[in-house]
Write a protein that binds this ligand. Structure first.
Ligand SMILES: *Cc1c(COP(=O)(O)O)cnc(C)c1O
Length: 230
């Protein structure tokens, strides 16, 4: 199946469930993104800042770019002018830097807090307690150029559907609690980004509003050994 077919089929499958598709195009060439774009896809996810910036330059400007991988503070400036959503905020320090860079460009950057839900040591993210700590931190409400619109999580890479389901369920429950406690009056806090190629169906059952699919659309990636980028 072609990239265009994959996009059409996946969009048809998930959009009727009110879930949005983020096409994860990391490591893939501009031509692949153009094919997906021609099939109607507008939201793309990348995890390397430089790669995203280069693709942004070459591709249509109505593409919404999502940062989905761990973001280093000193690299925020390269994507601040155009990034649509940073899905991987995992510290107050990073959020403060995003705020600072967004202010320079006179914009408000939407962000998700990445929550650690997997039973693995390699995944980035905040614990439930750390999310609450961040939202209560002094200075959080003073940041006017970032807007937290939801949470993101990556489930354990396991064959156990039960475990994946539990992890997504816990994140959804936590999301609801956070919305009640911190964002009751903010309709913009409504995104729960969970689900990748192998587990997106489970994620949608458990309340995902946004799935991040790469290999399902573009085929397998050549493995690169940037351990701390994924
Ligand atoms: C690479 C990546 C994806 C997409 O993974 P697939 O298994 O190819 O769908 C989703 N989310 C994050 C954070 C990623 O790094």
């Amino acid at each position: 199946m072609s990239i265009a077919d994959n996009i059409k089929n996946l969009k048809a499958e998930i959009e009727r469930l009110n879930v949005r598709l983020v096409a994860v195009s990391k490591t893939k060439p501009v031509e692949d993104i153009e094919e997906a774009y021609a099939a109607g896809q507008r939201v793309f996810g990348e995890n390397m800042v430089q790669e995203m910036a280069e693709k942004y330059e070459k591709l249509p400007k109505d593409i919404q770019w999502h940062q989905i991988g761990h973001l280093q503070t000193n690299k925020v400036k390269y994507i601040a002018p155009f990034v649509s959503l940073i899905e991987s905020v995992d510290s107050l320090k990073l959020l403060q830097e995003i705020n600072k860079q967004a202010l320079k460009h006179n914009r408000v950057i939407d962000c998700l807090l990445q929550v650690y839900i997997a039973d693995e040591e390699t995944k980035f993210g905040l614990s439930f307690d750390e999310v609450i700590g961040l939202l209560r931190a002094e200075g959080f409400t003073e940041m006017k150029n970032v807007r937290i619109v939801g949470l993101m999580g990556i489930a354990t890479n396991t064959e156990s559907e039960k475990q994946i389901k539990n992890e997504f369920y816990e994140l959804k429950t936590f999301f609801s609690g956070i919305k009640q406690s911190f964002f009751r009056k903010e309709a913009s806090f409504r995104e729960l980004s969970m689900g990748m190629s192998s587990d997106y169906k489970i994620a949608i059952e458990e309340g995902s509003t946004m799935v991040r699919l790469g290999s399902n659309i573009f085929g397998q990636r050549v493995i690169k050994h940037y351990k701390n980028q994924e």
